[in-house]
Design a protein around this ligand. Sequence first.
Ligand code: GLU
Length: 454
Amino acid sequence: MSEKFDTSRLPRELSSVFEELVARDPHQLEFHQAVYEVLMTLTPLVTRKPEYQDLAIFERITEPERQVMFRVPWSDDQGQIHVNRGFRVQFNSALGPYKGGLRFHPSVNLSIIKFLGFEQIFKNSLTGLPMGGAKGGANFNPKGKSDAEIMRFCQSFMTELQRHIGPDTDVPAGDIGVGGREIGYLFGQYRRLRNSFDAGVLTGKGLTWGGSFARTEATGYGLVYFAEEMLRARGTSFDGKRVVVSGSGNVAIYATEKAQELGATVVAVSDSSGFVVDEAGIDVELLKDVKERRRGRVSDYANQRSSARFSAEGSIWEVPCDVALPCATQNELPLEGVQALIRNGVQMVAEGANMPTTPEAIDELRSAGVLYAPGKASNAGGVATSGLEMQQNSGRTQWPFEETDAKLHQIMVGIHENCLATADEYGVPGDYVAGANLAGFIKVADAMVAQGLI
Ligand code: GLU
């Protein structure tokens, strides 16, 4: 797939950075994709910021500061022993302690963690909070595991990870496959090994032991706050819109809830087995019950709701809508998906997942003039609220839900303004991709320049 990235579209100064990176790690396709997408928008910096080149900022920022890979042995309920691979990629700490989630999914490998860690640098920069970028996880499949198995896995994972993290060093959180339950087991093991209640070492904690109100809702709510600003900038709103949300995890559930609160009808959600169409609008309480409490499938949702039908065949992107919110996983929205959305008159695509839209699909959206928000801007609400959780932990305090949600809202409005202002400043008005990449990048790069050659 690396040949697919046309380096002739990059200026020589950036194409050489990209080609060397591909030569160094030729199999890390997702990482190549994430870097290519960013470099494609940084062309103006070659002339406007010559110091970046002199100081090898492009080379340095694309190489993680530290990468840790480790064995995670654990035994299942039958006493059988399994071995998984754990990762923590500490990508950049110019703006603050490394910060980013942990993903437990069988697809996890170094390429996936590096792409996520690279995106996280710029996302965290855009939040305006003092956080560096990192990501971690394991190729562990939580599906079908008992609570006791999940606990033993988390304890084994943390037994190694604890050497590399800390409230001022690196602060992990959740991502796919890592929610409140897993953060609980991870925190318990950290506390036990270190004999220290360092609440600020993880975010996404429970509300009675250092967690923040609105953290659970934050990524989905933040996505809709950002998308609402995009619609407002075009003189419209969510009211009366038909919305398709892919996925049915934490991001999808709370994006659905907030979009419907703002007057939209979410007509479809999905999981890895298929998708559900519910013309009456998704019943969020039922969806939460199925997914959060029973850890079930969207087909279970359809079985309990007469207005809903489940399809194991076809694509969720064929469902006509005004707004599409991809909230599942990377590369879930391919060119054919975007073509179907455009055929059905989509007005906006805003990403809740990380890198869900493939490069060809993004090109297609942009040439069709569809509003498009890249995840590193539109899904930044999760990590932004993690930053707020860190602030509360430092102050040994807890703010009420409304106060925290209002701060999240303000941060998303701020990111939206920053993207548009930066896009204007660089002569690409309305281009959220360029605006987000340039604004996120410049802040980190300037900090690296100021901090010397490290
Ligand atoms: N995994 C989330 C993300 O992709 C949240 C990370 C965090 O809260 O540290 O941004």
